[in-house]
Ligand binder design. Structure first.
Ligand code: FMN
Length: 230
């Protein structure tokens, strides 16, 4: 799978098949986590792999009773060691970098899971005291997220994402990009929007399209809505 395809395909999965996953794939996911960037390359993280059924149930319970998680055959609990970061970067290391480092590892793992045909989720809602007890996590470490991994039972929900127009500024906060598609070289989007604009203009003027022309335009539009691979 291409990197961008995996990034687009990754979705939070909350329904898993009760079937095991290949250990090689779990290994690849852990490797992907370990390859993430970290401030000063401190790699202040530990990954706890949970496969035991009772433990998975206890973890799911600690995750504010998100019992759907226990069906996933593997949970990876990503922990940070903030004091390592604090030693080098003070408060910023303790309160910011250690969390960002863990987040980078987590996202790498989610993408690696998707890349291998697996599904996953980023679970951040948990009772930290309860989870720490279940997994014997020492005081100097902090669980940051639990990643249930498995084969999906059906298609996941696909919550909508904001359009780049609403997210991207140019040069300064608030710097508006008038046509993001143009800036991003999404020519098919540019052309598609121009066609829609033209169609609306004509319709507003009462010159409606002939049905054959409309059919052909729709077919062309469907082709054009596909974004070009960069
Ligand atoms: C920090 C963080 C914490 C999250 N915690 C939970 C959680 O406890 N339970 C859950 O079902 N999803 C959780 N999610 C997943 C989000 O709900 C999900 O990413 C979001 O709805 C967007 O959907 P998508 O992942 O399919 O793009 C969390 C995501 C993040 C980044």
């Amino acid at each position: 799978m291409e990197t961008f395809e995996a990034i687009e395909k990754r979705r939070t999965c909350r329904k898993y098949l009760n079937s095991p996953i290949e250990w090689e794939k779990v290994g690849n996911i852990l490797l992907a986590g370990s390859m993430a960037p970290s401030a000063g390359n401190l790699q202040d993280w530990k990954f706890i792999v949970v496969t035991n059924k009772e433990k998975r149930r206890a973890v799911s319970k600690a995750c504010l009773k998100q019992f759907w998680m226990e069906e996933a055959p593997v949970h990876i609990v990503v922990c940070s060691e903030p004091k390592k970061c604090e030693r080098f970067y003070g408060l910023r290391g303790d309160k910011l970098y250690s969390i960002q480092n863990a987040a980078a590892a987590i996202q790498n793992m989610l993408i690696a899971a998707t890349d291998q045909g697996l599904s996953s989720a980023w679970i951040g809602a948990f009772d930290e005291d309860e989870l720490v007890k279940v997994l014997n996590i020492p005081k100097y470490a902090r669980p940051q997220a639990i990643i249930p991994i498995g084969y999906p039972a059906g298609e996941p929900n696909k919550p909508a994402k904001f359009s780049l127009v609403d997210l991207v500024f140019l040069d300064n906060w608030g710097g508006k990009i008038v046509n993001v598609d143009l800036v991003m070289d999404y020519w098919s989007e540019v052309i598609r929007n121009k066609i829609i604009e033209a169609k609306e203009t004509l319709e507003n003027e009462g010159k409606s399209f002939g049905s054959e022309f409309l059919k052909k335009s729709k077919e062309k539009l469907n082709k054009l809505t596909k974004k070009p691979k960069k």
